[in-house]
Design a protein around this ligand. Structure first.
Ligand code: SAH
Length: 401
């Protein structure tokens, strides 16, 4: 981070194509050599085997993603002005998207690769910002980013959440905690689709809530009218509340293994005055579904939103088996003409593969499955066309005949 000439990372022969196409992740295996002894966090120039300029990025010798690329202009440094422009673009999109709706205070402001800021996620919960680093080199610029964010958003506080495993994968040592201002209250209340939702941003999953399912919850509510709903992996009740309140479901049962999530889900149902039509059960979903099959219980709408099942390429096959098993069980408790809402947030299991798994589950259980909608993540989680891995969420709505 000095005025010295930038170190240069030279790619192997025939490995440059994805980066000429602006993919941001330069893996160690694509690198031929490094010139100029780059240090952790340094800005580097990445060039092809023949020395053609490709992009400017940040270097991390402890990550498999050795360089994250951010800039494609040979003459523009990755300086304060550069990052400020990226942040402004991200914030402007959310302003446009939400206008003056309450969701502007309950959304993802910066989505890593989707906003060309690989390794930084910022969520906004009311007057608080929740920051997550998945790049050590960006995290080393934390003070600069906090300054840029607080100048623009004037939050009451900024809280850091760390992702599990990031210590090993990025060599990043960070602990959850207060970065600026006051700590967030527990619970913190936000508004989504007209519902009031209490979240625990300190201890809850991810940064406390799953904003990526916002539009899918509303979409699912449209099918819920009068139906008996099972919301499997309900967490704090995102889909349950939407189905019961917006969708006027006859009854919703939410199931999750986390006691604190179940407690919050119950409180949220009370808060929205639908406590009498919602039951939340702390249980493991698979045995719960097996028991429901055993007693012949049927539902009119079943939602499956399991946690990420494939974290690595070798884990894909196991994840596929897990999805198959869950979807088979869901079909067994769906009444004829019932609606299946089935999600996958494993980026490594792509849309086609997920649909193939559903087809197999349907065949095995002798059910016809009509796809009604194939949805993705909400638009405050944009997908970079150059990094299709950022399209991680699938939400299929289908009718089981
Ligand atoms: N549908 C939720 C998000 C679900 S996240 C929403 O709209 O907000 C996945 C959830 O699965 C987490 O709450 C986690 O506690 C739960 N979970 C993970 N494994 C589980 C299991 N085997 N049985 C039940 N719940 C599980």
């Amino acid at each position: 981070m000095s005025d010295a000439p930038l170190a240069v990372v030279v790619l192997k022969k025939r490995r440059a194509l994805p980066f000429f196409s602006h993919h941001p992740w330069v893996f160690a295996g694509a690198i031929e050599r490094e010139e100029g002894a780059p240090q952790p966090g340094d800005e580097v120039r990445v060039v092809s085997h023949e020395g053609r300029f490709i992009g400017r990025g940040l270097y991390n010798p402890d990550s498999q993603i050795r360089v994250r690329l951010y800039g494609w202009d040979e003459h523009r440094p990755l300086d304060r002005d550069f990052w400020a422009e990226r942040i402004d673009q991200a914030l402007a999109w959310r302003e446009q998207l939400f206008q003056h709706r309450p969701e502007r205070h309950a959304c993802r402001l910066i989505f890593s690769e989707g906003d060309h800021l690989s390794g930084l996620t910022v969520d906004r919960y009311g007057e608080w910002l929740l920051v997550q680093w998945t790049s050590r080199a960006l995290a080393m610029r934390q003070e600069l980013f906090l300054e840029l964010l607080t100048e623009r958003l004037r939050p009451r506080g900024v809280w850091l959440r760390t992702e599990r495993g990031i210590g090993e994968s990025e060599g990043l040592s960070a602990a959850d905690g207060l970065l600026r201002g006051e700590p967030p209250p527990r619970p913190l209340f936000l508004v989504e689709n007209g519902l009031r939702i209490g979240v625990d941003v300190l201890e809850g999953h991810k940064t406390g809530y799953y904003f990526d399912q916002r539009d899918n919850r509303r979409a699912v509510a449209a099918y819920a009218g009068g139906r008996k709903v099972l919301d499997a992996f309900c967490y704090t009740g995102g889909f349950s509340l939407a189905a019961a309140k917006l969708g006027q479901a006859a009854h919703v049962t939410g199931v999750d293994s986390s006691p604190s999530a179940i407690e919050t889900a119950r409180a949220n149902a009370e808060l929205n005055e639908i406590g009498e039509r919602c039951t939340f059960v702390r249980a493991d979903v698979v045995p719960y579904l097996e028991a429901a099959v055993g007693r012949g219980e049927q539902f009119g709408l079943v939602i499956l939103d399991p946690p990420k099942m494939a974290r690595t390429r070798p884990g894909i096959e196991r994840a596929a088996k897990g999805y198959l098993r869950l979807n088979r069980l869901a079909l067994q408790v769906l009444e004829p003409g019932g609606i299946l809402v089935t999600c996958s947030c494993s980026g490594l299991v792509d849309r086609e593969m997920f649909l193939d798994i559903l087809a197999r589950a349907a065949l095995e259980k002798g059910r016809g499955l009509q796809i009604l909608e194939v949805r993705g993540q909400a638009s405050d989680h944009p997908v970079s066309i150059h990094c299709r891995e950022s399209a991680y969420l699938k939400c299929v709505i289908a009718r089981a005949v």
